[in-house]
Design a protein around this ligand. Structure first.
Ligand code: S3P
Length: 423
């Protein structure tokens, strides 16, 4: 396969969520540029509209206007679809609102743990009524909140962000200490908006936001999604010849652990035109086909590449030698059991992959692979195996392809537009 051309990945999913929510909490019109228009972002927009906020149409390439205002009690349950980020961030904001809201999601989201967020929010003063166990649906009633210093057992940006947003809405100081620093988009956006926020190692403190909610219109630019870029990087690495340019990709250091891992595996990736967009580092990436060797991904690296384990594991199956991903148990509670499904799908096409406790081991091979992939409607599994399928010695039949639209609506068009068979 030959790769050639340039792609501008869609707007970042994490930053889009934060921008939509902060705009919705303002008291003004906010213009959001390069917003992700995928299903997960649309879920966030939909629930914000149910809360009385005016969110303009979300169309690719068009700015989205959000008219922030005081939120009102929703008349129907807030359905967050497949989006864990929508659900968990929203719970943080609802904790500071004195009305009752019922929060739910699709079958995948209803299996994912919520107490990691509702636990500390309850400590802050919210009331949470669970239907059954640690999952959605649940009902939350916000109230007047207390300050908190929370030592999170998991490195999760969703947990950290929910608490920081609760601090903002409830106007109370919040400190979150993480075992390892998770993605820091909220910190960067808070600082960009002029809120009081300090960072010491893995400890983040929100100290207050003078003048918030803002009444003067403002704008936010959203960088290209680092995680969506990773699939394109993977396709370029697997190619036999050519070069791919990925324009305006987010390269926030707390997101691009995958680039460091690929570079030490031998990948040829050049960053050009590095710049800062609303506090977020962005660059153009030039990626060339590369022979990879196996590596060990350490536990401390995992939060910085948590969404990239599927594509890294797929690439590791074609590398020379063994790749070990340490302490990736969190993958069991993503949109699917990504840990189990990565191992079973890789094995189904003839690769060697096995889970040992919390570790995933993938042995590289140059033999042909072929077989059926159960994507479990998980967007990142779908895209990871679609990329693996572009390798000349790999043939995969995906159980479905529609799930890519959860985070990257034009994925297959973009991919097919830059790869062609080697003659
Ligand atoms: C996200 C944080 C991560 C990530 C998810 C988006 C965010 O989840 O997997 O896709 O926007 O904060 P966790 O906080 O559960 O690690």
């Amino acid at each position: 396969m030959i790769i050639e051309g340039a792609i501008r990945p869609p707007g970042d999913k994490s930053v889009t969520h934060r921008a939509l929510i902060l705009a919705a909490l303002s008291r003004t019109t906010v213009e959001l540029r390069n917003v992700l228009t995928a299903a997960d972002a649309k879920s966030a927009a939909r629930v914000l509209r149910q809360l009385g906020v005016e969110v303009g149409p979300m169309q690719r390439g068009r700015p989205v206007l959000v008219h922030g205002r005081k939120w009102r009690a929703p008349e129907a349950p807030l359905n967050c679809g497949n989006s864990g980020t929508t659900a968990r961030l929203l719970l943080g904001v609802l904790a500071g609102h004195r009305f009752e809201a019922r929060v739910t999601g699709d079958a995948s989201l209803r299996r994912r743990p919520m107490r990691r967020v509702t636990g500390p929010l309850t400590e802050m003063g919210a009331t949470v009524m669970e239907d059954e166990g640690d999952c959605l649906p649940l009902t939350i009633r916000g109230g007047s909140l207390r300050r908190i210093r929370y030592e999170s057992p998991v490195a999760s940006a969703q947990v950290k962000t929910a608490l920081l947003l609760a601090g903002l809405v409830g106007a109370v100081p919040v400190t979150v200490v993480e075992p390892v620093r998770s993605r820091d988009h909220t910190e960067r956006m808070f600082q960009h908006l002029g809120f009081g926020l300090s960072v010491k190692g893995t400890e983040v403190s929100f100290t207050g936001a003078e003048g918030w909610p803002y009444a003067e219109p403002f704008e936010l630019d959203i960088p290209g999604d680092a995680s969506s870029s990773a699939f394109l990087v993977g396709a370029a690495i697997l190619a036999e010849a050519g070069e791919l340019l990925i324009e305006s990709a987010g390269v926030n250091p707390t997101r691009v652990g995958y680039l460091s891992v690929l570079e030490r595996m031998g990948a040829r990736i050049v960053r050009e035109n590095e710049r800062i967009l609303n506090g977020e580092p962005v660059a153009d990436l030039v990626v060339s086909p590369s022979e990879l060797r196996g590596t060990e991904v350490l536990a401390d690296e995992v939060p910085g590449l948590i969404d990239e384990v599927p594509i890294l594991a797929a690439l590791a199956s074609r590398a020379c030698g063994e790749t070990v991903f340490r302490s990736v148990g969190e993958l069991r509670v993503k949109e699917s059991d990504r840990l189990g499904l990565l191992a079973s799908n890789l094995a189904a096409i003839g690769a060697f992959a096995q889970v040992y406790g919390e570790d995933l081991v993938v042995k590289g091979s140059d033999r042909p692979f072929s077989g059926r992939i159960d994507t479990a409607r998980d967007h990142r599994l779908t895209m990871a195996f679609a990329v693996l399928g572009t390798h000349q010695a790999v043939s995969v039949q995906l159980s479905e392809t529609g799930s890519a639209a959860i985070s990257y609506p034009g994925f297959f068009q973009d991919l097919n537009g830059v790869v062609r068979d080697a003659k």
